[in-house]
Design a protein around this ligand. Sequence first.
Ligand SMILES: CC(C)(COP(=O)(O)OP(=O)(O)OC[C@H]1O[C@@H](n2cnc3c(N)ncnc32)[C@H](O)[C@@H]1OP(=O)(O)O)[C@@H](O)C(=O)NCCC(=O)NCCS
Length: 191
Amino acid sequence: MGLDLQVPNQTARLTLRPLREADVHDLYAYHSSAEVHRFLPMPAMDAEALAARIIGGRWSTTSIDKEGDAAFLGAELRATGVVVGDLMLRYVNDEDKCGEIGYVFNPEFAGQGLATEAAHAVLHLAFDELGLHRMVARIDPLNDRSRRLAERLSMRLEAHLIKNCWMRGEWLDEVDYAILEEEFAALHDAG
Ligand SMILES: CC(C)(COP(=O)(O)OP(=O)(O)OC[C@H]1O[C@@H](n2cnc3c(N)ncnc32)[C@H](O)[C@@H]1OP(=O)(O)O)[C@@H](O)C(=O)NCCC(=O)NCCS
């Protein structure tokens, strides 16, 4: 089992591809916002911190070889070449073939279904290329937009975990949305 995401993945409007140094400007446009980072584990970032993540840091990983690996992709709007969001695919567990999806998009481009389009493609990669059995999205219960996105992806609300995460100096609840490979395939077959 393994996945190399160096090769760009095309959706209707986006190219999903590895992040590169030249993307710092586009990423800064939203990752510098405390509002965008409100429900994320790390605080908003300056350009230097973003560059460190992209150049040799966590977000430079684009292959998944073993459990625990997380790959990161930029979502480039093909019409303009602007990176409007980024996504994570984590290979959580080898034995249970379980993975996790994460996504952050620039609010300037919200409300067009771009995050849904990109996340859908990441689920495809997880199930069809990586061979996973179950994908989960771990969400702060107050994060309505993320919950709606998971629902648009036909992910099922499976758990509400009480004070499960130590984040931003306090214990926070988490809701888990999940979808199985056969459910995703059935949706796809149904068109
Ligand atoms: C979570 C997040 C990616 C969702 O972004 P989003 O803009 O709501 O999602 P999409 O790009 O898929 O757009 C969906 C909206 O576009 C509308 N839409 C328009 N065209 C659409 C299309 N072709 N397909 C799907 N939705 C479409 C939908 O109805 C929906 O509208 P709504 O906001 O009124 O419900 C974004 O809020 C974000 O980045 N938040 C900050 C980071 C974060 O919290 N990440 C999640 C951590 S768990």
